[in-house]
Design a binder for this molecule. Structure first.
Ligand SMILES: [Zn+2]
Length: 137
């Protein structure tokens, strides 16, 4: 739809990630936990790497973490974006890592271990995507 062209593309929703994107629509940041041993799985997958269980449950995450690493792709700019997005690996408080865009910060101001927090942005097709920004003190 033309009026949605300023929005990010809709996520690619799979059977394993549907719970994540449905929660994100309600601006809830969640992860997949093992229903048997409690280990968190990131990204979501069918089987627990700790105990081989296929039982899982949704865990609500704090949405807080620190910057582990980041890259700034220089070329080309993805259609629908005004500028290159910072792609960052976030160390979440819960001990798992999450890949997202780091927003609301200049490229040169990103530092390792910088505290960040999740926020949500609308995408096409009515979804919302969790993104990260520096924690405001
Ligand atoms: Zn397990």
């Amino acid at each position: 739809m033309a009026e949605e062209n300023h929005l990010r593309p809709a996520p690619w929703v799979t059977r394993d990630s549907e719970f994540f994107w449905e929660a994100a629509k309600a601006e809830e940041f969640v992860g997949q936990g093992c229903a048997d041993c409690g280990a968190l799985r990131s990204p979501p997958r069918p089987m627990c790497p700790e105990c081989n269980s296929v039982n899982c449950e949704t865990k609500i995450l704090s949405g807080r973490g620190t910057v582990y690493s980041w890259v700034i792709p220089r070329h080309p700019i993805v259609p629908g974006f005004e500028k290159t997005q910072i792609v960052s690996v976030i160390d979440l408080e819960e001990g798992i890592r999450f890949v997202s865009n780091l927003c609301e910060i200049d490229y040169d101001d990103v530092t390792p271990d910088m505290p960040v927090e999740v926020f949500f942005e609308d995408t096409r097709d009515g979804y919302k995507i969790p993104l990260f920004r520096p924690v405001r003190t």
